[in-house]
Write a protein that binds this ligand. Structure first.
Ligand SMILES: C[S@@+](CC[C@H](N)C(=O)[O-])C[C@H]1O[C@@H](n2cnc3c(N)ncnc32)[C@H](O)[C@@H]1O
Length: 253
């Protein structure tokens, strides 16, 4: 649905500007004029379609950026290379609606401090990205076992590279919803609002008693965290601690 709205806003804006050019209302040259007007129209249409706010800068900038790139006279292979790299980094984000962004160092330190108060166990990072978070905690807590699951190829390869020489750290590629969470004591999730209810449901049906689900920033709808840790970083990151309990997953409460 969000992608369909984005496509509709872009295409409709292109049609509007094409008709305006044909009718002589908007000049075709200089090209930045119709490009800027297309961006503006796409932004307005996306707002009318109630797209989420973060789409707005993308709509405003998309066609103007294409017009700008046209002027740079780049070899077409650069576009192909940019597309391939973007696809390898973001892979299934269009479906999971979880892009790649990384836990910062202060949050990693706060997480390591929290884990140090528990008996050593197994922590799984669901959607482990480039592995930087797990690497940072694994070197601090040698008694723990850390594993990560990541679907996107390039971040996964980066995480494999990072885990060299780190015996308590491993990564695999795949969908974390298809994995078995029964031997996991702590799950760390830095995802988006979209998958949180499903994550909670799976955690409740599979994680053992006494386990912990830690979400960086994103709440589980309708579930109250047992604790919130506010990290002393610029964005005042919140670590939300949940206790999955068998039987709670189905209702999500
Ligand atoms: C916001 S990043 C977090 C990276 C890392 N955990 C960190 O905190 O630095 C979320 C990652 O989850 C991955 N992801 C999203 N849904 C997934 C799924 N169902 N299975 C595996 N990985 C997934 C995305 O590709 C993305 O790299």
């Amino acid at each position: 649905m969000p992608l369909a709205k984005a496509l509709a806003a872009q295409l409709l804006a292109c049609v509007i500007i094409a008709v305006a050019i044909k009718a002589g209302i908007v000049p075709l040259r200089p090209i930045w004029q119709p490009a800027l007007l297309q961006g503006l129209s796409a932004g307005l249409l996306a707002t009318a379609l109630r797209s989420e706010r973060w789409w707005l800068p993308i709509h405003l900038a998309f066609v103007p950026a294409l017009a700008l790139a046209q002027g740079l006279d780049l070899h077409p292979l650069w576009y192909l290379a940019a597309f391939v790299v973007t696809a390898l980094v973001f892979w299934s984000s269009y479906r999971t609606r979880v892009p790649l962004y990384l836990t910062n160092r202060r949050t990693a330190a706060a997480l390591a401090e929290l884990l140090a108060t528990r008996a050593p166990g197994h922590m799984l990072d669901i959607g482990s990205g480039t592995g930087s978070l797990l690497h940072a905690v694994a070197v601090r807590l040698p008694g723990w076992r850390f594993s990560g699951i990541e679907s996107s190829p390039l971040p996964y390869l980066a995480s494999r590279w990072k885990s060299r020489g780190c015996d308590n750290l491993s990564f695999r590629r795949g969908d974390f919803f298809a994995a078995d969470w029964r031997d996991v004591d702590v799950i760390y999730a830095f995802l988006s609002p979209v998958p949180m209810s499903r994550v909670w449901s799976k955690a409740c049906s599979e994680m053992p008693p006494g386990s912990l689900l830690i979400s960086n920033s994103f709440e589980i709808p309708g579930v109250r965290p047992v604790r919130r840790i506010v990290v002393d970083d610029r964005r005042r990151t919140e670590l939300l601690l949940y206790r999955p309990t068998s039987g709670k997953g189905r209702t999500g409460r």
